[in-house]
Design a protein around this ligand. Structure first.
Ligand code: CTP
Length: 445
């Protein structure tokens, strides 16, 4: 159950880091000069209640013209408008981190949206948007814990405690650990809320309130997720892999009966669960680049799919190239695993595993048990990074003629290095000279 550490407007404002507070104070001043009211909403407010640092895009509701305000904010905050949709009354302003704090590296994005009501022409459709009051704006939101707003009111360069609107008891629900929709048609209007709710429930350890659970079951029975565009579902699914503990989300997805709705051949089996948990536990110490994490999760989740199922999944969700290649690589690497054995020479392991990308190999190392897992890990950590001291140019300086033989010699040299037959640049050079003395070697006379 989440623990609330801040409650009142002044408490919440105190949770903002000084540079963020300064930024929001300037934004509020510009809004005030427009005669507009600016409200902080969504995940930032939730995180402030929980005492978490604000390290995310900042969602703002504007009672006024959000697009015009975004343009003035960009000027006042030395940022730029990176998106603006007059029809939806939304705009995003990017502010370079350096304008906020000397040591800030990442840009901050302010997402502005005019206060609106949304009318859904039919289930799962994109809504028709109309300007409305902040109260109506809150009523069209997904969950009570996301329907809390904090007014940003500036006095000089600092924010002053102002109104906190929480008409649906979001603060109470957050404290009680409850996920509650605001009305019975919430999942019908926007079935992606099922996946948003899943992520929130898993992340914050929330219990689904009984009415909400009924609405959720009804939405699933009506197959509303299946009717939602696969692009929207893919976007939501990608967010799962950015969660602090994706395994919790995937486990809960299975309990909610979502796994096979997302793709009928997907199974959250005990083996996959163990592999994902192992990956999460070892992630902090593992040597892999964090940019691979989402790919490894995807690789593990889809580990048991057949080649045909992989292609159907790629097509159905129009997966980006990087993910499509990962899925294919993970399928392909599984077909060579039986060739791996602890008695192989390092160069033989290299020949078998070199064609595959690192994310696919890390996936295998977590999905398989020893000895395969140990061999793949050793390959990734010890063998793959080994680089020769000599390159093609160096070989030519030693008298090797350019052409296919040069490539063969480099591969053979790498094999010798991997197998420990040569261990230094000097030994590599000696090895090359010896090879050139062999009859038929492609060297200069
Ligand atoms: N929202 C909504 N229905 C949606 C998407 C968003 O009502 N389908 C509202 C919610 O009030 C949400 C806010 O828009 O809090 C901002 O959405 P978003 O930035 O996507 O998520 P956060 O709530 O900020 O949560 P997180 O980034 O932690 O997932």
């Amino acid at each position: 159950m989440p623990k609330l550490v801040r409650r009142t407007p002044s408490d919440l404002l105190a949770g903002l880091a000084a540079p963020v507070e300064k930024l929001l104070a300037r934004a509020a001043t510009v809004a005030q000069s427009h005669g507009a009211t600016l409200w902080l909403v969504g995940g930032v407010v939730r995180d402030l209640f929980l005492g978490l640092p604000v390290e995310r895009d900042i969602d703002l509701v504007v009672e006024g013209d959000a697009v015009a305000l975004a343009q003035d904010l960009a000027v006042a905050l030395a940022g730029r408008v990176v998106a603006a949709h007059d029809a939806f009354g939304t705009a995003t302003v990017e502010i370079n981190g350096r304008h906020i704090a000397h040591n800030a590296r990442n840009a901050i994005f302010l997402d502005l949206a005019g206060a609106r009501r949304e009318i859904y022409p039919h289930p799962a459709a994109l809504p028709v948007v109309q300007t409305a009051s902040i109260a109506e704006d809150l009523a069209r939101r997904d969950f009570s814990i996301n329907a809390v707003v904090l007014e940003l009111h500036a006095d000089g360069s600092s924010l002053q405690p102002a109104r906190l609107l929480d008409p649906f008891g979001g603060q109470h629900d957050l404290e009680a650990g409850v996920l509650r929709v605001l009305h019975s048609a919430s999942f019908v209007d926007d079935p992606t809320r099922i996946l948003r709710g899943l992520r929130l429930a898993a992340r914050l350890d929330l219990v689904v309130e009984p009415h909400t659970e009924t609405f959720l079951e009804q939405a699933l029975e009506r197959k509303l997720l299946e009717e939602t565009s696969s692009d929207r579902i893919r976007t939501e699914l990608c967010l799962v892999f950015d969660e602090p503990r994706p395994s919790q989300v995937l486990r809960l997805a299975d309990r909610w009966g979502l796994t096979s709705l997302i793709f009928p051949a997907l199974r959250w089996s005990e083996r996959i669960e163990q592999a994902v948990v192992r990956f999460e536990n070892e992630m902090a110490n593992a040597a892999h680049d964090s940019t691979l994490h989402a790919q490894v999760y995807l690789g593990l989740l889809t580990y048991d799919l057949s080649t045909e199922e992989r292609e159907i999944l790629i097509a159905r969700y129009r997966l980006p190239n990087e993910s499509a290649w990962l899925l294919r690589d993970v399928g392909a690497v599984q077909t060579v695993l039986e060739q791996l054995s602890p008695t192989l020479r390092s160069s033989e392991i290299d020949t078998i595993l070199r064609p595959f990308g690192p994310a696919a190999l890390w996936t295998v190392s977590y999905a398989e048990s020893s000895p395969v897992s140990a061999i793949v890990q050793r390959y990734l950590l010890e063998l793959r990074p080994i680089a020769l001291s000599l390159d093609g140019h160096a070989l030519q300086r030693l008298g090797v003629l350019p052409g296919p033989q040069l490539g063969q010699l480099l591969r053979a040299l790498r094999a010798a290095r991997l197998d420990g037959l040569v261990t230094s640049q000097a030994e590599e050079e000696t090895w090359v000279r010896e090879q050139m003395r062999q009859p038929g070697a492609g060297g200069e006379a």
